[in-house]
Design a protein around this ligand. Structure first.
Ligand code: FMN
Length: 243
């Protein structure tokens, strides 16, 4: 029994919330927990923007799907890779800011370490959360709505609120399909693990009243066409360098 591990393992995305507001003290606590995450050489290349303006929230909800929970949740946050503060420091020092794919990767990785700690802190306080990648449908619009300067690269959103639903846990691949020793296993091993998972996944969807599909079927559909192809151009237009 370990309370931290129990909290981690209790996670499931929550997409419906009560109207109960989130006290600022809880947001402050989650921020400190988020910021306690490791960060490459302490460069802290991320920021989070709480969106409280209802009209902006509705516009983000619309472009992200629509996903009305973005408008309806008690708190909605945008997680960003933030290279801007580095740009300002370098420029103030009289040097030219130089960047490359490494800076973007560090930003996306460190922002996600922050975001997961932030999320877990909310979950430990009894809230439900749901990440929102759907807003990458239209990053130029998100950028305009939130007036983001160069160097601030929106990655995904996060809805937080008191749960108004209690969904079951979405099953995961077996740990042995993910944890390897010394080398990557054979394709036969990988496919056998996937076969074992497929039926479990389909049963979960049936139980949730969703369209029944095996995990393989969903993955085959998802990765048989390119998605959101304008992302590299958008991020480069904001000052990232992806090559
Ligand atoms: C970066 C990221 C983006 C996501 N985007 C969305 C989203 O736009 N809408 C949504 O309803 N769920 C979204 N999710 C939630 C995933 O669908 C969910 O985590 C996954 O199906 C596993 O289910 P669970 O979180 O309930 O365990 C996102 C999750 C992550 C990590």
């Amino acid at each position: 029994m370990n309370q931290t591990i129990d909290t981690m393992r209790a996670h499931r995305s929550i997409r419906s919330y009560t109207d109960d507001p989130i006290p600022q003290t809880h947001i402050d606590e989650a921020m400190l927990a988020g910021q306690a995450a490791a960060s490459s050489s302490a460069v802290q290349p991320y920021c989070v923007i709480r969106v409280t303006d209802n009209d902006k929230r509705q516009q983000i909800a619309d472009l992200a799907g629509p996903q009305q929970k973005i408008r309806d949740c008690p708190a909605f946050f945008l997680i960003c890779c933030d290279l801007r503060k580095h740009m300002l420091i370098v420029e103030r020092s009289g040097n030219e800011y130089k960047t490359g794919l490494e800076a973007f990767l560090v930003g996306a990785v460190d922002a996600s370490l922050f975001a997961q700690n932030f999320t877990l802190a909310f979950e430990a306080l009894g809230y439900g959360t749901c990440y929102i990648g759907g807003l990458r449908n239209d990053l130029p619009k998100v950028n305009e709505l939130l007036n983001l300067p160069d160097g601030v690269l929106p990655l995904y959103g996060l809805c937080v609120g008191v749960p108004n639903e209690s969904p079951s846990h979405r099953p995961r691949l077996a740990p042995k399909a993910m944890l390897f020793e010394n080398e990557y296993p054979s394709d036969e091993h990988t496919l056998a693990s996937i076969d074992a998972y497929d039926e479990m996944y389909k049963e979960y969807l049936i139980e949730r009243g969703a369209n029944p599909a095996t995990w393989s079927e969903s993955i085959a559909k998802k990765f048989s066409y390119a998605n959101r192809e304008g992302l590299a151009d958008f991020y480069e237009s904001k000052g990232a360098k992806l090559s």
